[in-house]
Design a protein around this ligand. Sequence first.
Ligand code: SF4
Length: 267
Amino acid sequence: MTALRKNTFTELPRFFAESPVYGPFNSRRYGPSLGINLSSLKEKACSMNCVFCEAGPTNIRLKEMKASSLPTPENIVEKLRIKIEHSLRTEKVQLPIHFSGAGEPTLHPYFDEIVDAVINLRNTVTPDSPIRVFTNGTFFDQRKVISSLNRVDERIVKVDCGRDSTMKSLNRPLKRFTTAKLSSGCRLLKNCITQSLFVKGPASNLSDDEIELWIELIGIIKPLYSQIYSIERQPSEPFVVEATEDELEMVAAKLRKRTGIECRVFI
Ligand code: SF4
């Protein structure tokens, strides 16, 4: 299978400091989309501090984070309605709605309320727009998070490696988290798609044994399909080296051969 071509527009809008709702932007994997950023507008709010994060380092510890600094459900719905109405009016398209942006959406204390409000709005004004959540899985131990994720159309879960020590050096979780917790959380989801980012350098997940352990974990999770890719913008740490297209194709071929799971490469 040949790699899916990268979109012409690879720049994420400089949305973080402007509004919790951004776009339309051209997603590498899904094309033109609207995004919802549940982080604070001033700082990335995440439960990980990945070396390759394209939104910069995670500076705020979870315990220090103030709920009052995060966007409110009302604020999100109001801004999203404006964006949807604008794209319906100007481009006559019903765009996908993505919970992504800078950080981990499920850490928002009102994530479940926001999901319901966004589903209601979508059903009313743009019924053909799929709603997707991109998550790192660190809050899968909360039942409310699992049930909210199961109400949207697609759940895309980050699975970058199959070894806990690699997760520590690559994803640098800021709360206790393991690959076992990740896979058992995935089993509570209706179904999921996995997304995996491969890089080289001092914190690499591209060695033969790393790939083998990752394949094992993906085989346990059994996603609908697996998405793999490498960095496309400036990573948080300068030592991170991009994986080549050939390396990604090699990983994809191994996964398909060992598990029969479909794997899509994005470059
Ligand atoms: S989980 Fe995503 S947003 Fe959080 S640090 Fe990693 S790449 Fe960045």
